[in-house]
Each structure stands twice: as structure tokens, then as C-alpha cells.
Design a protein around this ligand. Structure first.
Ligand SMILES: NC(=O)c1ccc[n+]([C@@H]2O[C@H](COP(=O)([O-])OP(=O)(O)OC[C@H]3O[C@@H](n4cnc5c(N)ncnc54)[C@H](OP(=O)(O)O)[C@@H]3O)[C@@H](O)[C@H]2O)c1
Length: 283
């Protein structure tokens, strides 16, 4: 298949490249490929892709709160450009979205049929991106994921690894719950989705759930360092964007199609081992 990956330099984009190596890949990388440019659709058209995996996004949640217009321009208007061009090509569009489209007021896992109600600018911009993708490209699958981490870019796991090396004690939020998702696991699931005729919305998050505090404890335990981790409340943190307290996702649509993602603890263990190997090679 001829596949265009937008955001090819991002966490997910980089993990998609080896997983999709058997296909003809076109890599959309900023700034050559900029969703803010009115001709962003032309780039999609010139790729002649049969499938567009649209992973590029303004992903800085606090930054989006400070610059909501930019977040909306990238995540919503940029997605409309991609969707219109994908439709013109007769291509399939897979649009990556987020657990932050939900308000977090439920206490049981969110399914694909639950009503979104974002409480921050990032979530609103991604939800608008979902709406525009589905409106402008008839063959669209919105894939919502959460708490993504991988070997490249900034993410929670890499931050905790760095802080655990620098500090004897860490304070981590204990009252937000979600599903850590390894970008490689998501890439593998997406590669399987390519062979299925799924449209609409599907959740694709790591199995199991935890708080950021529990996630940090598991990372530190894997490192084997004598670092103490203390749970704090969201109210004790100063972030520009409000965070939904509970965004555990149930991957119902993928499960019905026979696709499951590994448990987050299993994936974290594998990731930490890989990080140790990478660092040993670098020394
Ligand atoms: N990260 C998470 O925890 C998380 C959770 C749920 C859903 N998601 C969604 O999953 C998808 C992949 O996330 P990710 O973690 O791989 O994101 P990421 O690492 O931040 O990668 C996003 C990519 O988009 C690029 N980009 C930013 N602005 C752009 C623009 N105007 N035009 C073209 N490209 C632009 C970025 O380039 P620069 O790096 O040069 O800015 C980056 O390469 C995104 O759609 C995101 O919304 C992520």
C-alpha cells in the first residue's frame, strides 16, 4: 500500500516507520510539511497515497491552553486540509486523536459511544479535528489513544527516568487515571487496522490503567534506584491546562476486530530494557 504518514518525526510517526516498512511510505515531516500552510492539502494530493495516517498535531497540552488559536489551526483546520485531500484521492484516512476529548467525570472506562466533552483547549481542538475528518473524508477512522510514550521525543517515562537520576524524591500526581500506551504497540495495532474495513471511531490504548503516580512508581522500580515517589493531588500542581481526572479507554471496537494492545506494565518493562541497551551502546 502507498501510505502517507504525517507527523512522521513524532513519537508515533517514528515507531510507524519500521512497522510499515513493507509498504511504500511517504513521510510528512515539519517544516517541509506544515499543516498551517494553505497548500498542505496539495502535499497530500502529490503523495498519491491510498492511506493517510494523520499523526501530526500540536500536542503540547499546556501550550494549547496558552495558544488555543494555534492549536485549533493545526489540529482542526490542518486536519480538514488533510481530510479534503484524502477524500479527493479516494484514500482512507486514519486520524489520531486523544483521550482528552473526554471530561473525565466517568468512573468506568470510556467506550467509543460515550459523549466527548473536552475540558481543555487541546481536547477541543482534537475533537474538532475528529469532526472535520469524519465530515470531509468518507473513509475515515478516528483512533483515540492516550498517555503515549516511545523512544523519541518528550514523554512522561523519559522525564521520570531523568528526574529519578537527578533527585532522591519525586512528587507525582495521584488523582488522574488513564492508560499508558507504548507508541510501538499502537503502531503495531495500526498496521493490523490497515487490513480491516473499520470506519468511525476506535479506541487504541494500552491495556490496564493506572494513575501518573503508579506509572512513576513502576518506572522507578524498573530502574532499581532508591528514589521515593510521593503522590500529590492535581490541585497541588500549577499547569495552564485543566486535566480530566479519569480517561481510561475501553478498546471495544478493536477488541471486536481481534486486536488487543499489551498491558501497560508489560510494555513498560520492554521499553525500559530497550532504554538500558540503547544507553549501554552509547557509552
Ligand atoms: N503524546 C500523547 O500522549 C498523546 C496522547 C493521545 C493522543 N495523541 C495523539 O497521537 C498523535 C501522535 O502523537 P505523538 O506523541 O506522536 O506526537 P508528537 O511526538 O508531538 O508528534 C507530532 C508531530 O507533529 C508535528 N507537527 C506539529 N505541528 C505541526 C504542523 N503545524 N504541521 C505539521 N506537523 C506538525 C510535530 O513536529 P515538531 O516536533 O517539529 O513540532 C511532530 O513531529 C497526535 O495526533 C496526538 O494528538 C498523543
Amino acid at each position: 500500500m502507498r501510505i502517507l504518514v504525517t507527523g512522521a518525526d513524532g513519537q508515533l510517526g517514528r515507531e510507524l516507520q519500521p512497522v510499515l516498512a513493507g509498504h511504500t511510505l511517504e513521510l510528512g515531516v515539519w517544516p517541509q510539511y506544515d499543516l498551517l500552510r494553505p497548500d498542505a492539502g496539495e502535499r497530500v494530493l502529490s503523495s498519491k497515497a491510498e492511506v493517510v495516517i494523520h499523526a501530526a498535531a500540536f500536542t503540547d497540552v499546556d501550550g494549547a491552553e496558552r495558544e488555543p488559536d494555534v492549536a485549533m489551526a493545526v489540529n482542526a483546520l490542518g486536519t480538514e486540509r488533510v481530510a479534503r485531500a484524502a477524500a479527493e484521492l479516494g484514500a482512507r484516512l486514519i486520524y489520531l486523536s486523544t483521550d482528552y476529548v473526554f471530561d473525565g467525570l466517568k468512573s468506568s472506562p470510556y467506550t467509543e459511544t460515550d459523549e466527548p466533552n473536552p475540558i481543555n483547549a487541546y481536547g477541543r481542538s482534537k475533537l474538532e479535528g475528529e469532526r472535520l475528518a469524519l465530515e470531509h473524508c468518507p473513509n475515515t477512522l478516528v483512533v483515540r489513544t492516550s498517555w503515549l510514550y516511545g523512544a523519541s521525543g518528550k514523554n512522561f517515562v523519559k522525564t521520570i527516568i531523568r528526574l529519578a537520576r537527578e533527585q532522591a524524591a519525586l512528587r507525582v500526581v495521584g488523582d488522574q487515571r488513564g492508560c499508558p500506551t507504548h507508541a510501538g504497540d499502537l503502531a503495531t495495532a495500526l498496521a493490523r487496522v490497515l487490513h480491516l474495513d473499520l470506519r468511525g471511531v476506535a479506541h487504541a490504548a494500552g491495556s490496564g490503567d493506572c494513575s501518573w503516580f503508579e506509572f512513576a512508581c513502576a518506572i522507578v522500580a524498573q530502574m532499581g534506584l532508591p528514589v521515593t515517589v510521593q503522590a500529590i493531588s492535581t490541585a497541588e500542581t500549577r499547569r495552564d491546562a485543566p486535566r480530566p481526572p479519569y480517561t481510561v479507554l475501553a478498546n471495544r471496537v478493536l477488541a471486536e476486530a481481534g486486536i488487543t494492545l499489551p498491558h501497560w506494565k508489560e510494555s513498560l518493562k520492554r521499553f525500559m530494557q530497550e532504554q538500558v541497551e540503547v544507553q549501554a551502546k552509547a557509552q
